[in-house]
Ligand binder design. Structure first.
Ligand code: APR
Length: 236
């Protein structure tokens, strides 16, 4: 099996009922990202930020992984026990649908919706319910919790591990992302010429011209097809 890196975005969770950001009617068409997805917005009005993420946690609690999430878990399983990131799934999504579908070699470059971070003691507790300004940290008891997600202007996570995997990958697949936000939007550029690059999306992303292969349609159709064809060609 070839060394593979997969990058997913909000489009892979769309058919699980979770909104994307930039499609028509998407999240950023309803609320200003400056108000809920920046440190300045949180400092200015933390209650609005709490409400935004509380609503998304409630939506996630009734969402299920879809066939695209499951297909990526099946693809990872075909790699068996890995000593290194021969297969690495990088998601920009903060939902836990990849985990619930069975993915394990996975990093959340923008953090996790079901985790908070204590600004007093640094604890990062799992958290599936609402959080308010007076919610005490389970570790230190202080009421200084924030979502453990990466806001605009903050450093993305797991970048050393991501760079190592990108430097050695032979196949790079971008799924359900508009290629709007860096550094994730720049990964295809980094591996072009070294890896075979594939875009699986509803419509061409801003990076479409950079990919060797493209396939357009709904993720629950095109991702299982990609995985089935790849395994048929590579599992001799
Ligand atoms: N199947 C496949 N792709 C889809 C589907 C679907 N059913 N529905 C939508 N898409 C595609 C859209 O065509 C679009 O290209 O998914 C992409 C979603 O793009 P965005 O909404 O911009 O989401 P994403 O690329 O993940 O955004 C990146 O921006 O706001 C930040 O932190 C946030 O992680 C997010 C980052």
């Amino acid at each position: 099996m070839e060394r593979m890196v997969i990058l997913t975005g909000a489009g892979i969770s769309r058919e699980s009922g979770l909104d994307t950001f930039r499609d028509e009617g998407g999240i950023w068409s309803r609320i200003r990202l400056e108000d809920v997805c920046t440190p300045e917005g949180f400092a200015r009005d933390p209650d609005t930020v709490d409400d935004f993420y509380n609503k998304r946690r409630r939506e996630l609690s009734t969402a299920e992984p879809n066939a695209a999430h499951r297909a990526l878990a099946d693809l990872e399983a075909a790699y068996g026990n890995m000593t290194d990131d021969a297969f690495l799934l990088i998601t920009q999504n903060i939902d836990d649908l990849h985990e619930r579908a069975g993915s394990e070699n996975l990093v959340h470059i923008h953090g996790e919706l079901l985790r908070l971070r204590c600004l007093n003691c640094g604890a990062t507790p799992l958290w599936a319910t609402d959080c308010q300004r007076n919610t005490p940290c389970p570790a230190c008891g202080q009421p200084h919790l924030r979502p453990d997600v990466v806001w605009f202007g903050e450093l993305p996570l797991h970048m050393e591990r991501i760079q190592r995997a990108l430097e050695r990958c032979e196949v790079f697949v971008a799924i359900g992302t508009s290629a709007t936000v860096y550094p994730a939007a720049g990964f295809v550029d980094e591996v072009s010429g070294q890896a075979r690059t594939v875009e699986l999306n509803l419509v061409p992303s801003g990076n479409a011209g950079l990919f060797d292969e493209v396939s357009y349609g709904e993720a629950t159709t095109i991702v299982p097809r990609f995985v089935r064809d790849y395994l048929a060609e590579n599992l001799l």
